[in-house]
Design a protein around this ligand. Sequence first.
Ligand code: FAD
Ligand code: MG
Ligand code: MG
Ligand code: MG
Ligand code: MG
Length: 551
Amino acid sequence: VSTGGLLVYAESNVESGKQVVEKNQPESKKKKVVVLGTGWGGTSFLKDLDISSYDVQVVSPRNYFAFTPLLPSVTCGTVEARSIVEPVRNIIKKRSGEIQFWEAECLKIDPENREVFCRSGIRDNLAGHNDFSLQYDYLVIAVGAQANTFNTPGVMEHCHFLKEVEDAQRIRRTVIDCFEKAVIPGLSEEERRTNLHFVIVGGGPTGVEFAAELHDFVHEDLVKIYPSVKDFVKVTVIQSGDHILNTFDERISSFAEQKFQRDGIEVLTGCRVISVSDHFINVKVKSTGEHVEVPYGMVVWSTGIGTRPFVKDFMRQVGQENRRILATDEWLRVKGCGNVYAIGDCASVDQRKVMEDISSIFKAADKDDSGTLSIEEFRDVVEDIIIRYPQVDLYLKNKHLLEVKDLFRDLEGNVRKEVDIEDFKLALSQVDSQMKSLPATAQVASQQGAYLARCLNRWDQCKSNPEGPRRFKSSGRHEFLPFGYRHLGQFAPLGGDQAAAELPGDWVSMGHSTQWLWYSVYASKQVSWRTRYLVVGDWVRRYIFGRDSSR
Ligand code: FAD
Ligand code: MG
Ligand code: MG
Ligand code: MG
Ligand code: MG
């Protein structure tokens, strides 16, 4: 399947790849959709899918959706685990029609025979687990990612991760354990300090938020009940880069660093963890090459994500063995495999480059076949180009170009009326350098889920009206636009009821008022009124009574 050119090319592409409507199939036989995963991507897909036209089966080892942005709060009991989860069956029963849910793990995908193999009862290590397989017409892979240890020795054995609700609950128990161990009589001061040294590896949003949350927990609650050891507590963040929160605006990352410094949270930048043993972390200081042994009570490893083994396996089957992460095209179809879609953290969109298609873009835009492109001709197609190649829009914004015609200025700064193919190539030559893969966030996963549901919902319209237009005349655009991501901003809670936020339009805000914005945004994003009530209740409870510190 070629993926060239403008939207006009995309049309034929979508029909050959996506639209598999078999005309002589009986109407009553619904297409089978199998969804793997009930996280952000899977749940948002299920919420928007019109299930009256599909036979939907969902497989996930956890029968609930977890609101991951509040996981760091669960580690310290600011919010209870039960408050951030919603049973899948609650979510799907609200929909008219039927969705079947199986609590099981997918072990293998067989794209040849359109079948997935699953096993139930793995997680609890039950004696009798069950194997079964499911047939699909369309498969949606939304299984997220797993923690990435970069094969660092000892990490699997000795570190905590913060990916799942169970992880957060384990961390909470371990923090209390560390305090209980540190107050036992007869220990040396050194031993107490070691027990109360909390280390976070990774200075990204999750690591930083957890560090802040832990600091608050210790200083607002624990020091009151363990007064004898309060001076021995230390929180350290180890970051391999030069700054923490380096995906955020510089103002935010330095605000965070300053706040941490005032709070006494140590930030070790430019340090790499070489290995972890049962009592020490072996750290290499990049600038000097020196190795340091850091004693610890608890380590939380939060340095990025990796691909799940069964997805790696699937990648080998579809010719993606050389990639780090499962690739889809801009319509979220897995490359090299029909009828399989992947959304969220388990996949990444392989954005087509402008320069690969530059000749066909030029040809399509040059309506009068004059061999040159006038500003008017270009203006007519630029909107399509931007949808197909979002990097063009980013380029214009980053270069502070208000209009596309600014791309065509000559050396004196005058706008050229006509450009030939060489000038056109030159004008767009830097555009692809703006391409960035989408971040692994809930925002991306849920927008992708909603997008995919919309696509599937519309297929059905095509099916019931085979002669009907594929094109929505009203918008004048193709029905199946490629997935477009809309960034709504990001938050970084920094503890002490302060937060930083980066909002669209280069807007940065920091401090206490931002924390209130955070509270209201996260309350409104809850999947149900039930969890909203519980979460807000937890916040109020903490405010009045403090956090619960029982193990
Ligand atoms: P997930 O939500 O991880 O869902 C994966 C699903 O697949 C789960 O239901 C899982 O049980 C299931 N699964 C796993 N293996 C299998 C299998 N073999 N077969 C079937 N099902 C399987 N993003 C933000 O935008 N804002 C934030 O503030 C934010 N904070 C975060 C804080 C923490 C602590 C963490 C860990 C993440 C945070 N994220 C945040 C990122 C966000 O959670 C992820 O990007 C998002 O969950 C990705 O959605 P997903 O559907 O791809 O995967
Ligand atoms: Mg999911
Ligand atoms: Mg989730
Ligand atoms: Mg992704
Ligand atoms: Mg022309």
